[in-house]
Design a protein. Sequence first.
Length: 291
Amino acid sequence: MIKSIQSLEVAAKIQATLGEGPAWNKERDVLHCVDIFGKKVYTHNPALGTTDYFSTELSPGAVLPTTSNTLALALDDGLYLADLDGKNLEKKFSIEPEILGNRMNDAKCDPNGVLFAGTMGDGNSPTGSLYRIDPKGIKKVCKDVTVSNGLAWSPDVSKMYYIDSGKKSVQVSDFDASSSSILGFKNFIEFPDSFGIPDGMCADKESGIWVAFFGGEKVRRFSDEGIQTHEIQLPVPQITSCCFAGEDSTTLYITTASIDLGDGRKIGSDDGNLFCIDVGIPGSGTALFAF
């Protein structure tokens, strides 16, 4: 039986055009996220009830806190580091400058602080890739990707989960935690069209993964056997990603979008907002990028 989780709240009324990439900063107890099309990076402080942002010249696909008290930004053409307020922006790695139309999208670190970040093109063609990034350099680990999206690891870090939205599935690979190495992806869960498009993802401490479905109005939790156990109904259709508010927290943050798809649906005041909900299951935190 699938459990429906209630008591959803609006955490921040940001009305992002394409809200994405929520990441908890355990050093400051704040949540970072981005508006890709709005070219903004947000910082939400739950304790103070404040939400600040800075603008970027390029589109931010993801934001992650680092061990050096900075932010890693996956912008259009590569990986950058910046101060927490967006100042002193510096490119560290140029990624796919030779592929016109491609840009950086979702990114996340494994528990070792190694960054996995992906790219996408027009959303229909497999021109993207997934990369492994650490201070020593960058390595392509997966090619022929349509829309590189959600990333997550099992509690014992023996498995890595990955979403290429174009495949409408979650893939899984055995993972060598000693070297932060992917050993080969295979299909784990395939989704029906009625679910929407699988987008961002995070993991919990009970071996579950939480998947946001763009166009599907829900975040769904699946067990390590691929069976759906829980779902969260949202008041908006374009659900983009989710993450827990730190290690062992049961609070799940959810980003959404407010894109006019030309389908006649009127964009409402809740579209694009940041939501939160207590799911009653402790989550895995956001690992800092070791850089």
